[in-house]
Design a protein around this ligand. Structure first.
Ligand code: ZN
Length: 128
C-alpha cells in the first residue's frame, strides 16, 4: 500500500498514512488533535504517472521501507524490551547454568589472564 502525507489544519502536524490508493484523497484524522487533515500533494505522490523505474518512485519506495523498518523496530521494542534477555535465557537453557556461574567464569578467566601476565605465555593452566 502506498504512503500518503497529510497535514493538519489545526495543529499543523504533518503525518504519514498507509492506505489504499482509492482512499488517498479522503480526509485523515490527525493523530494529535483528531482534526480532519488534507493530503499533502508532494512530488512523491506523482510517481504513478512516471516510468516504473523513475528516481521518484525509487525514493518513495525507500521512504516506505524506512518507515516500515522503523515501525518494525518499534514493534520489536514493545514485544521484546530487552533483546539480550532472550539471548541470556537461551544460553542459560543451553548451558544449564545461571548468571551466578557466568560471574564465576568471568572471575576465573580474569585470574587466568592475570597469571598469564605474571608467568608469561608459558603458563597454561599450571597452578602457581
Ligand atoms: Zn492536528
Amino acid at each position: 500500500m502506498p504512503i500518503y502525507e497529510y497535514v493538519c489544519p489545526e495543529c499543523k502536524n504533518r503525518f504519514e498514512l498507509m492506505r489504499p490508493r482509492s482512499e488517498a484523497n479522503l480526509a485523515a484524522l490527525c493523530p494529535q488533535c483528531k482534526s480532519n487533515s488534507q493530503r499533502v500533494i508532494s512530488v512523491f505522490s506523482h510517481y504513478s504517472a512516471s516510468a516504473p523505474d523513475s528516481p521518484l518512485k525509487k525514493m518513495d519506495e525507500r521512504k516506505g521501507k524506512m518507515w516500515q523498518s522503523q515501525r518494525k523496530m518499534e514493534d520489536d521494542k514493545i514485544k521484546n524490551p530487552d533483546p539480550l534477555k532472550k539471548w541470556r535465557e537461551e544460553r542459560q537453557k543451553t548451558l544449564g547454568v545461571g548468571p551466578e556461574k557466568w560471574t564465576e567464569w568471568a572471575k576465573e578467566e580474569k585470574a587466568k589472564e592475570q597469571k598469564k601476565k605474571d608467568y608469561g605465555e608459558g603458563w597454561l593452566g599450571r597452578e602457581a
